[in-house]
Design a protein around this ligand. Structure first.
Ligand SMILES: Nc1ncnc2c1ncn2[C@@H]1O[C@H](COP(=O)(O)OP(=O)(O)O)[C@@H](O)[C@H]1O
Ligand SMILES: [Mg+2]
Length: 339
């Protein structure tokens, strides 16, 4: 299952992403956290000393691996962030993260989760149609990832035009929109909700830094039933931010309960690989027409492999066992005999 935390800068995306990642890991499930936020500090909140190799600085290498021997992708240069996998592409798994992508770009954080990062952003990265976009690395990762129930990717993400233009926002089973109980806080919600509705993207609002019942009323008044749960202003989070020791057990009971709500809500989502694949193709075709064909100098719509099925391989039909295990070469005797 994949989840994104989006919202305004300062709303608490990184904090929520980190707490949720730790919460999942504490339950023994495999989880990879990805920092795709403008201010890269998910690693710090997850307690890593050494920043992982940034994916955004190694796009060509990622492309080269993922394209495998997919004949529709002529070279790494011809692969753009929306290029969907096809037959021959290499797919990724969370529970068997032994592939070169996880090996090279993921570090293990003290509590077990993996961490990958896009790397710091520069101005170009925030453009709508950037060929070298760093979040493109995450989009490619998500497009090539085959995740099952009970394994998780948590993405800490900026809610910007970038994710809408590329289709990144459709790559998740659930998007948690972190909102402070302020007018600015709920402002991002409307934009996101409108985009999401058009593409049938499930979103839920997670209130943060709530200090009292008026804050909850404010959030309900603005986002209505989309408000899933809220986190209170947390002294434990403040301690974490001040570099004092922090464990999930230090979290206030209401905030721990909120983490449980997030997980059960995510787990309750139905995976829809058909929709996932359809939207991957749809956004690739848009992207190709908008700028990528021109940038690459090829018709990138030809990269779409109509016979490729997204998601885990379908279970093979049980082979019919041979009539007998002996080496008997006589033709099989049929049960029906002429009267
Ligand atoms: N529930 C909370 N209680 C107390 N402080 C919080 C809470 N959520 C976030 N913060 C603090 O607010 C600041 C911004 O949070 P952060 O997660 O970095 O936001 P974002 O990633 O959305 O920019 C940080 O200093 C963080 O520690
Ligand atoms: Mg952040």
């Amino acid at each position: 299952m994949r989840v994104a935390f989006v919202g305004k800068g300062g709303s608490g995306k990184t904090t929520m992403s980190a707490l949720f990642t730790r919460y999942i890991a504490a339950r023994g499930a495999p989880v990879v956290a990805i920092d795709a936020d403008i201010n890269q500090h998910l690693g710090m909140v997850l307690g890593v000393e050494q920043t992982p190799t940034p994916m955004g600085a190694h796009l060509a290498e990622i492309k080269e691996y993922l394209r495998g021997d997919n004949p529709r992708i002529s070279s790494a240069e011809a692969m753009v962030k929306t290029t969907p996998p096809g037959r021959g592409s290499r797919l990724l798994k969370i529970s068997e993260a032994t592939d070169p992508i996880h090996q090279r770009f993921s570090v293990t954080t003290p509590e077990g989760p993996g961490l990958m990062v896009t790397g710091p952003f520069d101005e170009d990265d925030l453009g709508v149609a950037c060929y070298h976009s760093k979040t493109g690395a995450v989009e490619m990762y998500l497009n090539h990832l085959v995740d099952g129930p009970g394994e998780y990717v948590v993405v800490d993400m900026t809610a910007g035009a970038e994710s809408f233009a590329s289709g990144m926002f459709t790559r998740f089973d659930m998007t948690f929109l972190v909102a402070e109980p302020t007018r600015q806080g709920v402002g991002v919600y409307r934009q996101y909700r409108d985009y999401s509705a058009e593409f049938d993207v499930p979103i839920a609002v997670v209130g943060n830094k709530v200090q009292g019942p008026e804050d909850v009323e404010f959030l309900k008044g603005h986002v209505g039933d989309d408000l899933l749960v809220w986190f209170e202003h947390s002294r434990a989070v403040r301690a974490l931010e001040q570099g004092r020791p922090f464990g999930l057990d230090d979290l206030e009971p209401a905030n721990s309960a909120a983490l449980a709500v997030l997980l059960s809500h995510l787990d309750a989502q139905q995976k829809d690989w058909e929709k996932f694949g359809r939207q991957a193709v749809e956004f690739h075709l848009r992207n190709a027409a908008a700028w990528a064909n021109r940038a690459v100098g090829e018709d990138l719509s030809a990269q779409v492999d109509p016979a490729f099925a997204f998601g885990p391989p379908k279970p093979q039909a049980q082979p019919v066992p041979p009539p007998s295990a002996s080496t008997d070469t006589k033709p099989p005797v049929h049960a029906s005999v002429a009267p």
